[in-house]
Each structure stands twice: as structure tokens, then as C-alpha cells.
Design a protein around this ligand. Sequence first.
Ligand SMILES: NC(=O)c1ccc[n+]([C@@H]2O[C@H](COP(=O)([O-])OP(=O)(O)OC[C@H]3O[C@@H](n4cnc5c(N)ncnc54)[C@H](O)[C@@H]3O)[C@@H](O)[C@H]2O)c1
Length: 270
Amino acid sequence: MAFNLLKGKKGIIFGALDENSIAWKTAESIHAEGGSFVLTNAPIAMRMGQIDELAKKTGSEIIPADATSVEDLDNLVAKSMEILGGKIDFVLHAIGMSVNVRKGRAYTDEKYDFTTKGWDVSALSFHKTMQSLYKADAMNEWGSIVALTYIAAQRTFPDYNDMADNKAYLESVARSFGYFFGKEKKVRVNTISQSPTPTTAGQGVKGFSNFISYADKMSPLGNATAQDCADYTVTLFSDLTRKVTMQNLFHDGGFSNTGVSQEVVEKFTE
Ligand SMILES: NC(=O)c1ccc[n+]([C@@H]2O[C@H](COP(=O)([O-])OP(=O)(O)OC[C@H]3O[C@@H](n4cnc5c(N)ncnc54)[C@H](O)[C@@H]3O)[C@@H](O)[C@H]2O)c1
């Protein structure tokens, strides 16, 4: 269903790796709503993923950028403005990776080089992205910046490991930068706290398939899918949400406010 909510709006989308990626679905939805954008991902992901296919489908150009490199980000922002013909209205940060998780290290046995790398990729990259945009004065007034996060930032989910700390940092950066972006440029900054979703990054978490069904049974509306997240993000990029900023917005079918559900209680009924 398209409403032309993003007609004439221009943006940058990070993190579309394959068709399961939340960023991939979001790019398709933004395209359907009349928005145009540059796609970006880490150079290594270009080789592994299928981003060319998405670019073709949506008439977009791709600019590789490692989101931990300020030089790459500055180049991305400058080139995006050239390609799109002016300032930017929306940015989606959909990036996450923990080296400790990948290497099977427990939270109580972190290798701190891994921790630092994962934090840089998953959390500090959001600050770096916004700083590049801010310094280049690249955002249009009433623009909108969104990053994706997970409720492990507020509550403990043991297997989410150091990503929980990365997400807590990411959400804090959204509030802090949101203040300056709001004051100086009338730009809003929010995080969407999404249900567990079967993507490459999601499936890296131990016990993910049991966990996703637990979350589904705990959520009165069921888990929010990647497509649901894309739809929600479209609203945050539209002009209908201009005064929403510095928020962590739960998009999880009600999971975050549910103590226990009937289905879960029944599992424990003797
Ligand atoms: N899948 C879930 O269960 C879930 C739930 C809540 C939030 N999220 C968040 O959603 C976002 C998108 O993840 P996804 O689930 O769509 O998985 P995904 O694996 O499809 O996307 C993660 C992306 O991060 C990119 N990336 C990694 N290192 C990078 C770097 N150095 N520079 C630039 N890009 C880099 C990857 O190439 C990939 O495209 C992440 O922030 C993730 O934490 C996911």
C-alpha cells in the first residue's frame, strides 16, 4: 500500500545485505512511497551480499563505506548530496555486529579487542555518521535519522552478549545527538527497538529460533516483522512525525510492556 508519504524525499540507507535485511525491506518501502536514496554498506558486504539487485530494483546508486571510517563517511555524505542533487531528508542506520558473538565468546569471557571493534561498528558508527552529516550541514530541516536497536539495552538477555551494551550506547547517542540536531538543524533522531527478526545479524545470536518464538508468544500482537519495521520507519521519515525526537520507540507487538502471556504460562502449567 503506497501513500506517496516520501515523495521528493532523499536519503541514505545503511545495512542492506540481502533480502532478509531490515534495511532491504525498508529501501523497498521507501521506494514505493516515492523516496529516493543512496545505498551503502561495508566494502566486504558488497562482495557477500546482493545489494546490486536492490539498487537496480529501486533505481539507486551504491557507495561503499565502512561505517567505522570517518573518511568513508565524509565521502559518502558528500557523494550522496551530489548524486541526489542536494541535502538529505532521511538516514537509516541498520548496522550491527559483535565479534565476541561471532567467535562464541561468553559475556563473562570477552576479548576486549573484539568488544572495541563491535562497539565501533554497532554503536560509535552512529555518532560518526551523524557527525559527518552535521559538519557537512547535509540534512534538510525537518529531516529524520533512525537507528535500529533491541530491548536488551534495557533488560538482560544473556545470549545477546556485548551487543546489549552496544545498543545502550547507541540509544544514548540518539538522545545526545538528537538534542544538537534538533536545536541547530530541526532534525529528529530516534531509535526503533525492533522484535527479534530472522536476518543474518539476528541469527548470529545463540538459540535465536527458540528465542524468536518465545518473543512471539509474549507479544499480544506477535513479533513485528522486517516489513512491519520498514512500514514504521517510513512513518518516521514522513512529515507526519515531525515532533518525535530523542526517543527509543518500541516496535515489538507489545513485548516490552508484557509481564507474562497466557501462552507462556500454559507452558509451565502442570
Ligand atoms: N534481527 C534482529 O533480531 C534485530 C532486532 C532488533 C534490532 N536489530 C538491528 O537491526 C539492524 C539491522 O540488522 P538486520 O537484523 O537487518 O541484519 P543484517 O545482517 O541484514 O544487517 C546488518 C548490516 O550491518 C552491516 N555492517 C556490518 N559491519 C559494517 C560496517 N563496518 N560498516 C557498514 N555496515 C556494516 C552488514 O553488512 C549488514 O548489512 C542492526 O542494527 C540490528 O542490531 C535486529
